[in-house]
Every structure is written in structure tokens, then in C-alpha cells.
Design a protein around this ligand. Structure first.
Ligand SMILES: Cc1ncc(COP(=O)(O)O)c(C=O)c1O
Length: 396
């Protein structure tokens, strides 16, 4: 047997990669599973985006290798988007690098800045990729706890008092995944100040900035977010383009140059048609964002009802593409709980523990499910409640 590399010793196959095989097995066996686990947008991109992609495949040079930095027009459009949405001015020549999804950016940034043994501040709960990529880079995760009581924001004073020797990088994601907590401008500023004071590279992973958030924010809006702050953003959730794989990293030119050193050795540019479609998406007007929010708002309302029926509690002000819900007192642990929902009610939701130990006692519902499916899930959990709702509706 050929032995795996040592770096894989602390890395497992991604939870959803394993669990969705199990779910697919159930579906293949005829079970009507409603999948509320993963945040893969089920809605279509805008028609003009699809048309632009179709038209672009006939352009001269469309099928050749593309620039490692993406089309200048794509970088200019990203700059205009950041200026319009966040009031953040970025130089399209040096401060913007298009990516094939923001997930690859987590790897590129880690490869660009981490040496073996460096320590990395990682939110618990948080996106699992920060820790697995840290391990792959030979660095060491240092988890910082987030709690409901603290609004899922780190206690920066406690963190400053801890041993931060060897800490090179800090991951944050606001709006926070999985909880949907938003950071205020003052909190984002506090993160930027903390990172500067401790000479840490701060990266805000921001793919949910435009989902149900009335006031989208970028960490680059903060003062002094210069040479030690990067932001990742993505078209996956904002424009229903998760499968297209379009993201971006933004920040000071020397940082972007380091990321490009890694990336340009790993891929050979993004397909031209995808870049043209991304440009069209980034130019979307306010109706796009309003339409998206309207759908997610209705779905979220239905998920709230489902969560209520399960006896869960949640923050109705949270944003993003998920509802993060605390299980009722005395429930089984998150993984057993979601397994009983899966096997008894054919409803799949994500257990909070896949996002870290602080996710214990929570589950996460995805809003990437049509409203009628969520109603069906409600019916499976409490048939009488839905009947009541329907009769109330028909009375009104
Ligand atoms: C917090 C967070 N960051 C990054 C990503 C990756 O998104 P992308 O599709 O841009 O790679 C996800 C996807 O689910 C996410 O939840």
C-alpha cells in the first residue's frame, strides 16, 4: 500500500462529502429526503447572466487559456461593485484577484503566508475548511471560542491576554457562518485594530454579505485595513452561481501579489465565458438583490416555523443563508439528533458540531430549499400545525 502523506493525518474527508453519500443512498433506496443540509443555491442565476455566458462561447479566443489575474474587465467590474456596495476603493490592477470560488482562496492564502508551525486563529464554530487547510499547510489551529452570549463575536480582550506567540493569521467570517451573526462596523474595526496590534494577517471570508443582510459590510471599510487585511468574497450565494466557481480576494497589492504567486502555479486561468457571465452578474441592479431576499425571507419564515415545532430557539435577526438553531434542553447530541430527523422524518439538516465543538447543541438549516419542501418538512414533523395554518390562511 502506498502511504498517505503525513499532512493528511489530521485531515478527514469533508463532512458533507461523506454524509451526502449516505443521503444519496437513502434517496436511491426510495426515501423522500428533504435536504436542508448544504448551502448550495437552488435558484437560477439571472437570465442575462446565462445569455452572456452563451454568447461568450463564440468570442474569439474564448477557449484559450486565460490570464492568471482574470480579465481586466472582470477586475474593473469587481472594483466598481466594491465601490458601489461598500464604498471601498480598490485598484483593479493590484488589489483584486479573481478566484475560482472563495474556498480555493483559503488554500492560496494559507500557502502564501503560513510556514510550518505557525499558529492560526480559527473561529469555533466556523467554516471547517479553515482548520483543514491550516493542517494541510503544516500550521497549527488555535481555536477561539464564539458563543451565543457574545453575539458570536470573539472576546478580543481575552484573546489579547492569551499566548499569541507564533500566530500569523486569523480567520473571521462576518456575516458569520454558520450562525448568521453580523459584526457591526465598530466590531469590524476592533478586529482590524487587534490584528494590527498583534501583527496578524486578518482575513474576512465574506460570501454571505448579500443574503438577507440589510446593510452589507466589508472589513475593508474599516480604517487602517491596509497591509494586514484581506477579504474573500464570492458570487456563489449572491448570484446563485455556486457551481460556476467564481470568487475573489481583495486587499493591499503586496498581499495579493503573494497570493498570485501561489495561484498562478496551481491553475491556468478561469474559463472566459464564466468570467463574462460573472461580469454581467456583478452589474445586476437592485431588483436582483431584492428578489433574492424576498425568496429567502419567505423560506426563512417557514424554517422558523419548523424550528419552533422542533422546540428549537434561534435569532430572528440573523442573516445569511442558514438558520442556526439551538436544540431544546435535554436533546440528544447534534449528530444523533440530525440522524433521527433523517431516519425518522426524512429531513436532513447539518449538525452544529461539524463547525466545531462550540456547535454542540445546535443544528443548521439551509435556506436553499423551495418553500413547498419546507412546508412538507413541517407537515412531517407536525401534520396538525400545517392543517391549522392552511385553514387560517383560507379564512383570511
Ligand atoms: C464561510 C464560507 N466560506 C467560503 C465558502 C466557499 O464558497 P465558494 O463557493 O465561494 O468557494 C463557503 C461555502 O459554503 C462558506 O460557507
Amino acid at each position: 500500500m502506498i502511504q498517505e502523506a503525513h499532512r493528511l493525518q489530521q485531515v478527514q474527508e469533508y463532512y458533507f462529502s461523506r454524509k451526502l453519500k449516505e443521503v444519496r443512498g437513502l434517496v436511491a433506496g426510495g426515501r423522500p429526503v428533504i435536504n436542508m443540509g448544504i448551502g448550495s443555491p437552488d435558484l437560477a442565476p439571472a437570465p442575462e447572466v446565462l445569455q452572456t455566458l452563451q454568447d461568450a462561447v463564440r468570442d474569439a479566443g474564448a477557449h484559450q487559456y486565460q490570464s492568471y489575474q482574470g480579465l481586466p474587465e472582470l477586475r474593473q467590474t469587481i472594483a466598481a461593485f466594491y465601490a458601489k456596495k461598500f464604498g471601498v476603493e480598490l485598484d483593479p490592477e493590484g488589489e483584486i484577484l479573481p478566484l475560482m470560488g472563495s474556498k480555493e482562496g483559503i488554500m492560496h492564502i494559507s500557502m502564501a503566508f503560513l510556514n510550518p508551525g505557525d499558529r492560526v486563529l480559527i473561529p469555533d464554530p466556523g467554516y471547517p475548511t479553515y482548520a483543514s487547510v491550516t493542517h494541510l499547510a503544516g500550521a497549527v489551529p488555535l481555536y477561539y471560542p464564539l458563543s451565543e452570549e457574545n453575539g458570536w463575536f470573539p472576546d478580543l480582550e481575552a484573546l489579547a491576554a492569551a499566548d499569541l506567540s507564533g500566530v500569523k493569521l486569523m480567520w473571521v467570517s462576518y456575516p458569520h457562518m454558520p450562525t448568521g451573526a453580523q459584526a457591526s462596523p465598530a466590531q469590524l474595526q476592533a478586529l482590524v485594530n487587534f490584528a494590527r496590534e498583534h501583527q496578524i494577517l486578518l482575513v474576512n471570508d465574506n460570501p454571505y454579505s448579500f443574503v438577507l443582510s440589510r446593510e452589507p459590510r466589508s472589513i475593508l471599510m474599516s480604517e487602517g485595513a491596509g497591509g494586514h487585511v484581506l477579504e474573500l468574497n464570492s458570487l456563489s450565494k449572491t448570484f446563485n452561481m455556486a457551481g460556476w466557481r467564481v470568487g475573489m480576494v481583495l486587499g493591499a497589492a503586496p498581499l495579493i501579489t503573494s497570493v498570485l504567486k501561489v495561484k498562478s502555479n496551481m491553475d491556468s486561468g478561469m474559463f472566459y465565458g464564466i468570467q463574462k457571465g460573472a461580469i454581467a452578474a456583478l452589474k445586476s441592479g437592485p431588483q436582483w438583490f431584492e428578489g433574492l431576499d424576498a425568496v429567502y425571507r419567505r423560506r426563512r419564515q417557514a424554517v422558523f416555523q419548523l424550528a419552533d415545532l422542533l422546540g428549537c430557539t434561534y435569532d430572528p435577526q440573523a442573516v445569511g443563508m442558514f438558520v442556526w438553531a439551538r436544540l431544546p434542553e435535554g436533546s440528544a447530541d447534534s449528530e444523533s439528533y440530525i440522524d433521527s430527523l433523517l431516519y425518522e422524518k426524512d429531513i436532513f439538516v447539518a449538525p452544529g458540531t461539524i463547525f466545531g465543538s462550540r456547535g454542540a447543541g445546535y443544528i443548521r438549516f439551509s435556506l436553499c430549499v423551495p418553500e413547498e419542501k419546507i412546508r412538507e418538512a413541517i407537515l412531517r414533523v407536525a401534520p396538525s400545525e400545517v392543517k391549522q395554518e392552511t385553514s387560517q390562511k383560507s379564512e383570511s
